[in-house]
Ligand binder design. Structure first.
Ligand SMILES: C[S@@+](CC[C@H](N)C(=O)[O-])C[C@H]1O[C@@H](n2cnc3c(N)ncnc32)[C@H](O)[C@@H]1O
Length: 513
């Protein structure tokens, strides 16, 4: 057998490769690829040594990608202290490269249009800190729930928000940075405080402190329909049926378990501030406006998925009732949503009111029509749904699912056409939400031209204000050029990473059609 060929590739997959001009040789090292981890904060030599000891393996720095380390593929990281403490997380180096290509800067507002399960969003959250924001969107409730868990675990939730929405129609503006700073200042929840990882949801919230000082009243932002409630005073503690223990801790009754959980006043204050309801009105939010101030077409309203506490499907926690009327209806629709197999061409999302709040009665807050120019995102990542053929590990799952399923899902021309159509619409909508002068990265973990260069070329034909640009950092990356100028491909044989296609697209600063 040709040593360049991977052994025992299933015939269906070989047929797929042949049909898409994919050289099977690129998979030859796929079975022995390293796994990659990233340190949340730049590690000292002592920390690296300690983590190596915990993992029982050497961490090899990835020379071309700062903060990333390679490990032998079979090393399990989940049991280690470093992983449990959120010090390291698993993310393929090619995924890291996609985020690096975006060149995210502190203070940027970044949109991640296909965010789940969230590894790239965690990285983005780190890069935009301390003053920027990251907005994640995904159409899959369970995957979004996993994303929320990940964000919390890695202390990335403080500047992130998540929407359950169709990325082809998502239309929410970036949050107001001014408010983010104001909220942090007033609550004392600065970067690195214990609030990190709790999931603050801050978009468009106008926070004010009244005469009583400790009391925080929060009003909804006119554009957004979200808000934080107030609470934290002694009277509010009593009003909530809570009591202070002699050591100063506050007993918070949990009606479901019948037990009290004890929190220090500080913890209580923080959780109150963070866990108060965020509200998405059950009506269409004001659409994003173009820079010229004209409303862009009406889009589907998004559902709020995650912020301070549980909304929507949860991991290891119960979702809270929203209102007597709505909870039943939504419970049913969520069940239906879980049962339903998501079509490959995307799906419609219905407006739903998600809600949460521990012991807090949520208020539905009124919005006013937004006015003036919409703020758009500085950077957008469209890490699109694809056939995942860049990773044999993923493709091998069809050993269990059955290769007839592969043929039906991945090789059926109608489904492929629907998929590439979805990719094009995700790219177009991401670009619509990008500000002039901003950059967008389109990536897939497929090697087919149809899902990569062809999608980008079709997009460029329809968007004269878009340019594919070179990625300067890539000069030192172990990748190969795509067939469209400036596009890149990470292939397992060359990069020793999972497969990834990356195109960086700039929106021209000044453009007259
Ligand atoms: C390749 S995965 C994204 C991986 C993610 N960026 C990460 O780094 O963890 C593609 C995601 O697109 C989501 N998706 C599929 N169709 C979508 C749509 N119409 N709108 C938004 N997300 C969609 C899928 O649920 C899936 O989570």
């Amino acid at each position: 057998m040709d040593p360049a060929m991977p052994q025992q590739l299933p015939q269906s997959f070989r047929d797929f490769c042949a049909a898409n001009n994919i050289n099977e040789g690129i998979y030859r090292s796929d079975q022995n690829l390293p796994r990659y981890v990233r340190f949340k904060a730049p590690p000292s030599a002592d920390i690296i040594a300690a983590v190596c000891e915990q993992l029982g393996a050497q961490l090899e720095p990835v020379r071309w990608l700062p903060g990333f380390f390679a490990l032998p593929q079979n090393v399990k990281i989940a049991g280690s202290e470093a992983y449990k403490k959120g010090q390291i997380f698993g993310i393929d180096a090619s995924s890291g490269a996609a985020v690096e290509a975006l060149d995210v800067r502190p203070g940027d507002n970044v949109l991640d249009l296909c965010a789940a399960p969230g590894a790239k969003l965690c990285l983005i959250s780190d890069h935009v800190s301390p003053s920027g924001t990251a907005t994640g969107v995904d159409i899959s409730p369970p995957r979004l729930a996993a994303t929320r868990t990940l964000l919390r675990k890695y202390g990335a939730a403080h500047n992130c928000r998540l929407f359950l929405a169709d990325g082809t129609t998502f239309s929410e503006r970036p949050p107001t940075r001014h408010v983010l700073r104001q909220f942090s200042k007033q609550t004392g929840l600065e970067q690195g405080s214990e609030a990190k990882g709790r999931g603050i949801h801050l978009e468009g919230v106008d926070v004010s402190i009244n005469e009583e000082g400790a009391r925080r009243s929060c009003e909804v932002d006119e554009d957004r329909g979200f808000g934080f409630g107030e609470i934290c005073t002694e009277s509010a503690v009593e009003a909530q049926g809570q009591s202070r223990k002699s050591d100063g801790r506050i007993a918070i009754p949990n009606p479901k378990s019948g037990t009290d959980s004890l929190q220090t006043a500080r913890e209580c204050e923080i959780s109150r501030s963070l866990d108060t309801a965020a509200v998405q009105l059950g009506k269409t939010p004001s659409p994003v406006q173009s820079l010229e101030g004209t409303a862009l077409e009406e889009r589907q309203p998004a559902n709020v998925e995650a912020c301070g506490t549980e909304i929507g499907p949860t991991e290891g926690s119960e979702s809270l009732d929203i209102s007597e009327k709505r909870s039943e209806r939504e419970g049913e629709s969520r069940k239906k949503e879980r049962r339903r197999r998501r079509p490959i061409g995307g799906s419609e999302t219905k407006a739903q009111l998600f809600f949460f709040g521990r012991g807090i009665t949520p208020r539905v807050l009124e919005t006013a029509e937004g006015s003036g120019r919409a703020k758009l995102y500085d950077k957008v990542l469209v890490d699109a749904e694809c056939t995942h053929d860049g990773s044999l590990k993923h493709i091998r799952k069809y050993d269990w699912w059955g290769w007839d399923t592969f043929e039906r899902r991945v090789m059926d021309p109608d489904r492929l056409a629907a998929l590439t159509d979805l990719q094009g619409r995700l790219l177009s909508n991401g670009f619509r939400l990008l500000k002039p002068g901003g950059s967008l990265v389109y990536s897939t973990c497929s090697f087919t031209r149809a899902q990569n260069e062809d999608v980008v070329s079709t997009f460029l034909d329809a968007h004269p204000d878009a340019d594919v640009v070179a990625i300067p950092q890539a000069a030192t990356w172990p990748c190969s050029p795509g067939t469209l100028q400036h596009t890149l491909r990470f292939t397992p044989d060359v990069s020793k990473t999972g497969g990834l296609f990356i195109a960086k697209i700039m929106r021209k600063q000044e453009f007259r059609s």
